[in-house]
Design a binder for this molecule. Structure first.
Ligand code: IMP
Ligand code: MG
Length: 180
């Protein structure tokens, strides 16, 4: 049976917020940005964000890093591993890390430390969703799309068991025992 998916942020709301984020990023005035999208979850957000950045008058370079926090079951062990690294040197660059969700913060704290240790001039973070309740690492988003309720969300690149990334909106699965 198909799950009961409730929409949290629809397409128009996401698009409007991303345009505003691009203007905020432009307003910070950092030249020659190197956008690094953290795969897999950020790929849809990153694709829309870089085009909004273009409309805001920016011309970022784009790189990808695939990170995974792994552990037993569904909870993160806190270890992060690099499944695929960036292709080019980040030394002296103004890096903008792009991710879908900032939750425990372990993934982005790892990525930030990595880029700093490699000699990036500045490392900033843009997260589409911020779930501050579950933060473990000492990290914040320099730019954030939405503060997200503490629910497991899907769509717009984000998955549940490898499914639902294709949804054009962000939603969550309503549990059977959950009130409307
Ligand atoms: P953390 O900040 O290291 O805990 O990792 C956050 C990452 O876990 C995000 O980038 C997502 O890939 C994934 N994640 C966390 N919460 C959710 C969710 O509600 N739905 C889908 N993926 C999630
Ligand atoms: Mg992610």
């Amino acid at each position: 049976m198909a799950p009961d998916i409730r929409v949290l942020y629809d397409e128009a709301t996401i698009a409007e917020r991303i345009d505003a984020l691009a203007e905020e990023i432009k307003g910070a005035g950092r030249p020659d940005l190197l956008v690094i999208a953290v795969l897999k979850g950020s790929f849809v957000f990153a694709a829309d964000l870089i085009r909004a950045m273009h409309h805001a008058g920016l011309a970022p370079e784009i790189e990808f890093i695939h990170l995974s926090s792994y552990g037993a079951g569904t909870t993160s062990s806190g270890e992060v591993k690099i499944l695929r690294d960036v292709d080019n040197d980040v030394t002296g660059r103004n890096v903008l890390l792009v991710d879908d969700i900032l939750e425990s913060g372990r993934t982005l704290a790892f990525a930030k430390d990595l880029m700093r240790s490699r000699g990036a001039s500045t490392v900033e973070v843009v997260a589409l969703l911020d779930k501050p309740e579950n933060r473990v690492a000492d990290i914040h988003a320099d730019y954030r799309g939405f503060e997200c309720p503490d629910k497991f969300v899907i769509g717009y690149g984000m998955d549940m068991g490898h499914a639902w990334r294709q949804l054009p909106y962000i939603g969550y699965v309503v549990q059977e025992d959950e009130e409307d």
